[in-house]
Design a protein around this ligand. Sequence first.
Ligand SMILES: NC(=O)c1ccc[n+]([C@@H]2O[C@H](COP(=O)([O-])OP(=O)(O)OC[C@H]3O[C@@H](n4cnc5c(N)ncnc54)[C@H](O)[C@@H]3O)[C@@H](O)[C@H]2O)c1
Ligand SMILES: O=C(O)C[C@H](O)C(=O)O
Length: 310
Amino acid sequence: MKVTIVGAGNVGATCADVISYRGIASEVVLVDIKEGFAEGKAMDIMQCATTTVFNTQLSGTTGDYSKTAGSDVVVITSGIPRKPGMTREELIGINAGIVKSVADNVLTHSPNAIIVVVSNPMDTMTYLTLKATGLPKHRVIGMGGALDSSRFKYFLSKALDKPANDIQGMVIGGHGDTTMIPLTRLASYNGVPVSNFLSQAELDKVAADTMVGGATLTGLLGTSAWYAPGASVAYLVDSILNDQKRMIPCSVFLEGEYGQEDICMGVPCIIGKNGIEKIVDVQLNDAEKALFAKSADAVRNMNADLKSVL
Ligand SMILES: NC(=O)c1ccc[n+]([C@@H]2O[C@H](COP(=O)([O-])OP(=O)(O)OC[C@H]3O[C@@H](n4cnc5c(N)ncnc54)[C@H](O)[C@@H]3O)[C@@H](O)[C@H]2O)c1
Ligand SMILES: O=C(O)C[C@H](O)C(=O)O
């Protein structure tokens, strides 16, 4: 199976690295516009083949999309990341043009590919990709919920002082500092509701820390995070290529689901070889429904800024 990753920067290269050492795909092509950059990243990762022991074939190219031909999955991470103090939404002016042209280029050579959108503001970039390409909704997947949910489980594990892998939980809604919805009511420690162990104040703090998880890391690192984002994309790609049918919150085009139309935002999806195979209808309570509607208003507001590119 072949995966193309456009943008060989922090997230793209980390994703290529994880896909390779976990043997998720047989071939990975990295693409970047910076001369020699993707080639260098691919060579560096390939030189791990005998020490981390993998057989994935990686290559890099400076903008030659013919090398990406026949990809099963294309990941778009090209664009600028935020700096401390910025929101993801401020990136739209530069990233919208980049994402649109990249989506056109990859589809020319891989007309059957499933596209995974990572560039921010991710929900709006997913909507742009879907509208600009005309692809069916099951083939355009925005990655944000997998990452936000892994952060949610990290903060729950810290609060509970229990291993993160014993914790289940999901974040839905927009992938923004104020639009994420960590579903604390449904989170569990090995099936036992986390509210059995944590007070409401502790749960509220976990939710707040999760929502600003990306901003906190951006403040610490000077640019946005890449290890967990890259690994989260690889997790999603694995579920597609290996038809695992995992339930992963992803940004997907909604046509009435969760009471929303004509918008891409994060809801739980079954992810398999066809991309988004099902949107799972989790019964939200009234408070969660209100948060989802508010989140949708903010994402829709951002989508309105796409007028100049769509
Ligand atoms: N959805 C998420 O959960 C999530 C997580 C982390 C980062 N992000 C976003 O992903 C994007 C990339 O982040 P990063 O940290 O890897 O940034 P980065 O600057 O390290 O890498 C981006 C790369 O894209 C390349 N690029 C720019 N325009 C291009 C084009 N037209 N064609 C090909 N390559 C191009 C750049 O040369 C650069 O190497 C940002 O927009 C960031 O906000 C999203
Ligand atoms: O925080 C960012 O800007 C990058 C990404 O969306 C993240 O959540 O790490």
